[in-house]
Design a binder for this molecule. Structure first.
Ligand code: ADP
Ligand code: MG
Length: 362
């Protein structure tokens, strides 16, 4: 049974005479113990979705289930979930331990139990040695860990995290990502994580729902979403993708032939059912799936001639911009062999190639 289920959830806000559908028909089933992310650009409805799971907001349409129970209309404090925000909202005049103990005291949990649970939580977030400090004496990352301990101490069945690392600088954010993953593994509870940072979602999540304009565009594992974006929005939003216009020319053995740029031939293994010969499509290819070279590739791969317009040396790899004609430019990431010079310089004619299974029609 899923830990969290959303059925046909809609949230409409009225602002003046207009109605904004912040969430526009979302269906989700989040499994127990899963690290599940809602990923999408600012304003796509992530926070509103979270607030409906937490009970801070009620859906206009649809239902929310927690552990199989319909909680639509149930107040937030009667739902077995806690939420962590970007602003830690710690009490500045209380010690770290008292901040973590706060909710337990309010629920009149026996003192010795409080002491044990608080100590356990502070150990979990590796702040046992800071129990007596004030939050203001801690770094931003440490304060966020206190907030996490406070949210976990009453053992909720799910934790909702709304861009919790957004206020931290990149280095700290990256180490906190690893920390959060470890903590989630140790406590084993369901985490629902909201972020607009695709790198963060890819590295941390078991599954990701990519949201756009109040809807889920794609739901899958990080690898599924990265390797096989279902829509142009996802292809664009997750990592870097090349989108190349093409016309389907028919079958070639196991593949479809697609004419791209100035008459070059690309091969694709699969086309959507609705697409047939003569159709105009977009092919998507990840920059690291393209190869660049000066020799003509074989006929079993997509092969497109072009001219290098820019090279960016990145140390372990080089990024090439290549003009392939027909008004199209693509980006290629290629690993650098040690001690080698660039495969091609700016202005040089090159061949691009990629395997048929590495491009998809969208
Ligand atoms: P995200 O968290 O993905 O940035 P939000 O869920 O905060 O997106 O917002 C989604 C949309 O709903 C936005 O257009 C936002 O302006 C609107 N919205 C959110 N909360 C309210 C509210 N209380 N009243 C009116 N509009 C809102
Ligand atoms: Mg938000």
């Amino acid at each position: 049974r899923p830990a969290i289920t959303l059925h046909g959830v809609v949230k409409a806000f009225r602002s003046g005479s207009e109605t904004v559908r912040a969430v526009d028909g979302v269906d989700l089933a989040i499994e127990p113990g899963e690290f599940f992310s809602l990923l999408g650009p600012s304003g796509c409805g992530k926070t509103t979705t979270m607030r409906m799971i937490a009970g801070f907001e009620e859906p206009t349409e649809g239902t929310v289930h927690l552990d199989g129970k319909d909680v639509t209309g149930v107040a937030a404090n009667h739902r077995d979930v806690n939420m962590v925000f970007q602003s830690y909202a710690l009490f500045p005049h209380m010690s770290v331990a008292d901040n973590v103990a706060f909710g337990l005291r309010r629920r009149r949990v026996p003192k010795d139990q409080i002491r044990t649970r608080v100590a356990e939580m502070l150990d979990l977030v590796e702040l046992g040695h800071r129990a007596k400090h004030r939050p203001t004496q801690l770094s931003g990352g440490q304060q966020q860990r206190v907030a996490l301990a406070r949210a976990l101490v009453n053992q909720p069945s799910a934790l909702l995290l709304d861009e919790p690392l957004g206020a931290l600088d990149l280095k700290l954010r990256q180490s906190m990502q690893v920390e959060l993953k470890r903590i989630q593994r140790e406590v084993g509870i369901t985490f629902v994580y909201v972020t607009h940072d695709q790198g963060e979602a890819l590295t941390m999540s078991d599954r990701i729902a990519v949201m756009n304009e109040g809807r889920v565009e794609q739901l899958g594992t990080p690898a599924e979403i990265y390797e096989r974006p279902a829509t142009r929005f996802v292809a664009d939003f997750i990592g870097t993708s090349n989108l190349v216009r093409g016309v389907v020319k028919g079958r070639a053995g196991d593949h479809w032939k697609v004419e791209v740029a100035d008459g070059a031939t690309a091969l694709v293994t699969e086309l959507p059912d609705t697409v047939t010969t003569g159709a105009h499509i977009h092919l998507t290819v990840r920059p690291e799936k393209m190869r660049i070279g000066t020799d003509a590739p074989g006929e079993d791969v997509s092969r497109v001639p072009g001219t290098v317009t820019e090279t960016v040396y990145m140390g372990s790899s080089t990024h090439y911009q290549v003009d392939i004609g027909g008004g199209e430019e693509v980006t290629v990431y290629q690993q650098n062999a040690s001690g080698s010079t660039l495969v091609a310089q700016r202005g040089e004619a090159v061949w691009l190639s990629w395997r048929p299974e590495h491009s998809f029609a969208l």
